[in-house]
Design a protein. Sequence first.
Length: 65
Amino acid sequence: MTEAEFSMWALRICLTVFIIFLGFIIWQLGRESKVGKWGMFILFLVLGLGIAGFLFKNLLVEMLM
């Protein structure tokens, strides 16, 4: 395994774990502030769109290169 392959796999694995951890943080934030179902939906929607935008940007860069 070359250094480039290792870096690619490490980035994908660590980024996936980080995104799951961000989801846990959003859930914890909503639970501790007692926002209810609608508030939790809004939290995941708004903060999740930021994560989705980041992933979409990376997808576009990969497709164009």
